[in-house]
Design a binder for this molecule. Structure first.
Ligand code: BTN
Length: 265
């Protein structure tokens, strides 16, 4: 691929460039960069355990070897080409609104991608980032509760400059990379700063509109979908989400609400 020639100078990310382009109040104010790691989510929890992580502390890595995905899947990423990062959030919201955080993060990611590279990514419930009907990114949120305080680790993986034909075969059909729609290699630091700027802004200024904003970016509202719930595949119309962010699906003329499950691409 012709873009590979130009990638050398993007191979290692610069935290200075990330910081210079951040206009956040707390998100990414402290950055830990690891050239190589197993999982940035695990890194955040380790920092937290050793009291080196405040609200918004960011861990970013150029080479995540054992990325964790949702539903015990692995998150695959190639060294030096994509974004793999996690941050800590100390929450001031009630437990029942927790599910809304992943929706809000998805909205921030779509806005950040558009602002930085002018591509229209969209969302698949609950929190897959989609481009051209394929998965371009994912969010894994893990939580801990200590003395009634909720801490979240928000982990985000985005395929940025990867050539998907080099991905494991089983992922190739369902995955896409932002570069497939861009002529130039994408500077990951600028994309990352933009995503963090928008996530924080959604969190601080736009929480009350999260469900309507999420629906704006949803790729499958009012469409027929196949939905994997427990051991069953449900076919029905995706009607939208509840005020807690649960999926509303009409199956055989009955509207059902699901707090978990997976929409099939
Ligand atoms: C998904 O399955 O869609 C969620 C993928 C989340 C992957 C990211 S990459 C950075 C962070 N660290 C991890 O180990 N996982 C998340």
């Amino acid at each position: 691929m012709c873009y590979e020639k130009n990638l050398e100078h993007f191979n290692l990310m610069s935290t200075n460039i990330i910081k210079k382009n951040l206009n956040t109040k707390f998100l990414g104010k402290k950055i830990y960069y690891y050239q190589k790691t197993n999982s940035t989510n695990d890194d955040v929890w380790n920092l937290f355990k050793n009291e080196n992580a405040n609200n918004g502390t960011l861990v970013v890595s150029d080479n995540q070897k054992r990325g964790k995905g949702r539903r015990s899947n692995q998150w695959y990423s190639e060294p030096g080409l994509n974004l793999t990062f996690s941050f800590l959030l100390n929450l001031k919201i009630s437990r029942e609104k927790l599910g809304l955080i992943s929706l809000l993060v998805g909205v921030g990611i779509c806005k950040g991608i558009y602002h930085s590279v002018k591509l229209n990514a969209c969302l698949k419930w609950p929190n897959d980032i989609i481009l051209d009907n394929k998965k371009v990114g994912g969010i894994l949120i893990e939580s801990k509760e200590k003395k009634k305080k909720i801490q979240l680790c928000v982990g985000i993986g985005i395929n940025v400059n990867s050539d998907i034909s080099k991905f494991p075969i089983k992922l190739q059909k369902s995955s896409i990379s932002l570069i497939s729609k861009n002529i130039e290699p994408i500077q990951r630091e600028l994309l990352l700063s933009s995503i963090l700027n928008f996530i924080e802004s959604e969190y601080l200024n736009n929480f009350k509109n999260v469900t309507s904003n999420w629906l704006f970016y949803c790729s499958h509202v009012n469409k027929n979908v196949k939905f994997h719930h427990q051991d069953r595949i449900i076919s029905g119309e995706f009607l939208g989400i509840t005020n807690k962010g649960y999926a509303k699906i009409k199956e055989n003329n009955k509207t059902k609400v699901f707090s978990a499950g997976e929409l099939l691409l």
